[in-house]
Design a protein around this ligand. Structure first.
Ligand code: NAD
Length: 477
């Protein structure tokens, strides 16, 4: 079986403790590679390599760093099919989606490559005479990046492109379920002419490899994407060292459909909002808020379309819904379906495991109606293909229900009334609001959470500042 060591200081190395673990294909259920099981000693080596890399990388001109990122983008595009195939082998998402996503992530490296030499300090007109004051932006240092299993390379790009452009170096800890694509990605940096040690990856489990990275005193910032519980632990640990932290966490996003909406478009938005990637996206529109006057008609149309979804092999172009990525997640999704039933919600579609697929990790696309916003199925992140439909009366009611959750990652609004669209986009407490569309993202637009969905922003101009610190310099004249 293929083996992947850690990537430290420009080469693959065996784990310090000599331990490995298997990574499995969620579609077939078969183990296909062995991954190094990282511990504190591996993190120590990787941080030392990243510190050495920092000396060289941060001393380059911003333009030189930008050009390296442009070269990297070319390699990503050339290698997108292979990287996407590896991601699918580990997370079971649809190949068609992973291929376009992987190709697209080159744009993050280009965007921040272009931005590298455009971050300008300022001359400050202070109230002091005989003294000259200016600001300069400096990198933070070694950044620890911890990523989840649902879109490993995309979520890494959101951090890494900005961090590298700003002059930082990285130690990456990918999810234990999807380590391979990040390790394969590391080989592109040498091809693109990056100095050794600028990027490093230590694989392994959260407590064994992730926690020592967060605890390491010479890691100056942690950029974490994952569950709110994981993020909270990271935040608490980082606080002990007053470490910079950015957190991209979970969601329970409302997709709000008003009676004047284009119903066909809204149905497709609701379907892709919850069933794309088998519901395993942080932005899943897992609460569908329907104005009562269109509730029954809308649900009828939604079920017609959802029933057509083809479940199966994620590598095939005709497949719409693939497996759940991990055994634990599969059990969690089924548990939530039982919880929803027990709470009195009505299962109008799906609600069972799919028996005729290999691997044993498929759940039918599932829709619950009769959900009230206080139920657990409406409050907690399921991270699976389970939709909770909640009726509302009017605009004020929709806002109240939409905002009455701990999370605030994203929200969708479907209406032809532009005044209402503007009012809703102002009143919804979420980092992203989509009107008459759902799931649009871009390297140019900031993404991040309100409330329990996170701290800080990724993508867009804002995000580079997450990886810089500003210094104020005073010179007596
Ligand atoms: P998770 O929190 O279980 O794990 C995420 C990462 O953290 C993994 O690499 C894991 O090994 C590591 N980790 C776990 N415990 C740790 C600890 N104590 N110290 C350091 N590292 C630790 O999340 P997951 O199940 O892999 O991912 C799914 C979650 O990610 C969902 O909640 C989803 O909403 C969220 N997510 C958020 C975004 C976003 O941009 N906001 C994007 C994708 C996924």
């Amino acid at each position: 079986m293929q083996r992947y060591g850690h990537f430290i200081g420009g080469s693959f190395v065996d784990p310090a403790e000599g331990e490995w673990f298997e990574t499995k294909n969620p579609y077939t259920g078969e183990a296909w590679a062995e991954i190094a099981r990282g511990t504190k000693s591996d993190i120590e080596k990787a941080v030392a390599a990243a510190e050495a890399g920092f000396e060289e990388w941060s001393a380059l001109t911003p333009s030189a760093r930008g050009k390296a990122l442009y070269r990297l983008a070319e390699h990503i595009e050339a290698d997108a099919a292979r990287l996407a195939e590896i991601e699918v082998r580990d997370n079971g998402k649809l190949y068609a989606e992973m291929f376009s996503q992987t190709k697209y992530l080159a744009e993050w490296y280009r965007y921040y490559g272009g931005l590298a030499d455009k971050v300008e300090g300022a001359v400050i007109p202070t109230d002091k005479g005989g003294i000259f004051n200016f600001t300069r932006y400096e990198p933070i240092g070694v950044v620890g990046m911890i990523t989840p299993w649902n879109s490993p390379l995309l979520l890494l790009a959101w951090k890494l492109a900005a961090a590298l452009a700003a002059g930082n170096t990285a130690v990456i800890k990918p999810s234990e379920f999807t380590s391979a694509s990040t390790l394969e990605f590391m080989t592109l940096f040498e091809k693109a002419g990056f100095p050794a040690g600028v990027v490093n990856t230590v694989t392994g489990f959260g407590v064994e490899a992730g926690a020592p990275l967060v605890e390491h005193p010479r890691v100056s910032k942690i950029a974490f994407t994952g569950s709110d519980i994981g993020g909270q632990k990271v935040y608490e640990t980082a606080a002990k060292q007053i470490k910079h932290v950015s957190l991209e966490l979970g969601g329970k996003s409302p997709n709000v459909v008003f009676e004047d909406a284009d119903i066909d478009a809204a149905v497709m938005g609701a379907i892709s909002g919850i069933f794309a990637a088998t519901g395993q996206t942080c932005i899943a529109g897992s609460r569908l808020l329907l104005q009562r006057s269109i509730h029954d008609r809308f649900v009828g149309r939604l079920l017609e379309v959802a029933r057509e979804a083809k479940i199966g092999d994620p590598m095939l172009a005709e497949t719409n819904v693939g497996p759940v990525t991990t055994p634990a997640q599969y059990r969690k999704v089924l548990d939530y379906i039982e919880i929803a039933r027990a709470e009195g919600a009505k299962c109008v579609l799906g609600g069972k495991p799919v028996e005729d697929q290999p691997g044993g990790q498929f759940v039918e696309p599932t829709v619950f109606t009769g959900v009230s916003n206080e139920m657990r199925i409406a409050q907690e992140e399921v991270f699976g293909p389970v939709l909770a439909v909640i009726p509302f009366e009017d605009e004020a009611d929709a806002v109240r229900i939409a905002n009455a959750v701990d999370f605030g990652l994203a929200a969708g609004v479907w209406t032809k009334d532009m005044g209402r669209a503007l009012r809703m986009s102002e009143r919804l407490r979420a980092g992203t609001v989509w009107v008459n569309t759902y799931r649009a993202i871009s390297y140019t637009s900031p993404f991040g959470g309100y409330k329990r969905s996170g701290i800080g922003r990724e993508s867009g101009l804002e995000a580079i500042k997450e990886y810089l610190q500003v210094k104020s310099v005073w010179i007596a004249t």
